[in-house]
Design a binder for this molecule. Structure first.
Ligand code: UDP
Length: 253
């Protein structure tokens, strides 16, 4: 049997050529990396969890009219997606101060922000994904003014959707990162959500206890990462509990 063609391999995922033109197969690995891949580990089950969670979030977004690349899940670790031209930016939305904004601006982690803040980082591992402004993005031609407006609107819609979903299961959506890609339908170009949405790219805190249920568990050595992701999946009802074994009723005479 011919081996399928690998199109791209990243830190946590592999992309293969899809069955039809304009499609790709996205494979979720168990590899965890942090600090620009300086810290690495294999976390058994992470790929399976992120495949399911990303499916859940992307399907939900599609159903409320936020376009994403997700077509359907193929198996435990793979999903069929639309091929897009990735805009070389990481789009971060923050509701509560944590991570780099706390360090950069000296705001205590956990401080609620006055409104959701959208930030852009240039996707470049060698440079450590530096933060960039709208001025840079437009001057260097990474995106147009119209794209910027569309990206901000998409990012805020994703924030509203995910925040509500998480609140419903007792989780605070502190911040998250998305990637956005271009697709062409005939001559018409539009932007859609690409990559993945999972606890690898979000900060999720338990509302009651403040417990971290995201990749900070790995970054900061706070416990078992797969347990944290399993808890998120369990609360969202994403990984259905196994059905109890069927036992035959015993007839009592
Ligand atoms: N993030 C990500 N990939 C990156 C950088 C950040 O998914 O390469 C996510 C991160 O998990 C968090 C949000 O984006 O949910 C904001 O991250 P931040 O800028 O605070 O950077 P960090 O502290 O993670 O270095």
């Amino acid at each position: 049997m011919a081996r399928r063609k690998k199109v791209y391999e990243g830190k946590a995922k592999i992309l293969y050529e899809g069955p039809e033109p304009g499609t790709l197969v996205q494979y979720f690995k168990d590899d965890a990396t942090a600090f620009n891949a300086e810290k690495r580990a294999t976390v058994e089950g992470k790929g399976v969890l992120n495949n399911r969670l990303s499916e859940f979030f992307m399907t939900g977004l599609n159903s409320v009219g936020v376009p994403t690349h997700f077509i359907r899940r193929l198996n435990m670790r793979e999903q069929l997606i639309r091929a897009v031209e990735i805009i070389p930016l990481e789009v971060v939305v923050r509701n509560v101060a944590a991570g780099s904004i706390s360090k950069r601006l000296g705001i205590d982690e956990g401080t609620p922000l006055p409104r959701p803040i959208v930030e852009f980082y240039f996707k470049n591992d060698e440079l450590g994904d530096p933060m960039v402004s709208e001025e840079h993005i437009i001057a260097f031609g990474w995106a147009s003014q119209q794209d910027m407006d569309d990206m901000i609107s998409l990012a805020l819609r994703v924030n509203d959707f995910l925040s509500g979903l998480m609140l419903g299961v007792g989780i605070k959506l502190v911040d998250f990162k998305i990637e956005i890609g271009r697709v062409w339908d005939n001559d018409y170009m539009r932007l859609i959500i690409a990559d993945e949405i999972s606890p690898d790219s979000c900060r999720l805190w338990d509302i009651e206890t403040g417990q971290k249920l995201d990749k900070d568990v790995f970054r900061r050595d706070l416990g078992n990462l797969a347990d944290a992701y399993t808890e998120v999946a369990r609360r969202l009802g994403v990984m259905p509990q196994r059905e109890p074994p069927v036992t035959k009723p015993t007839l009592i005479n």
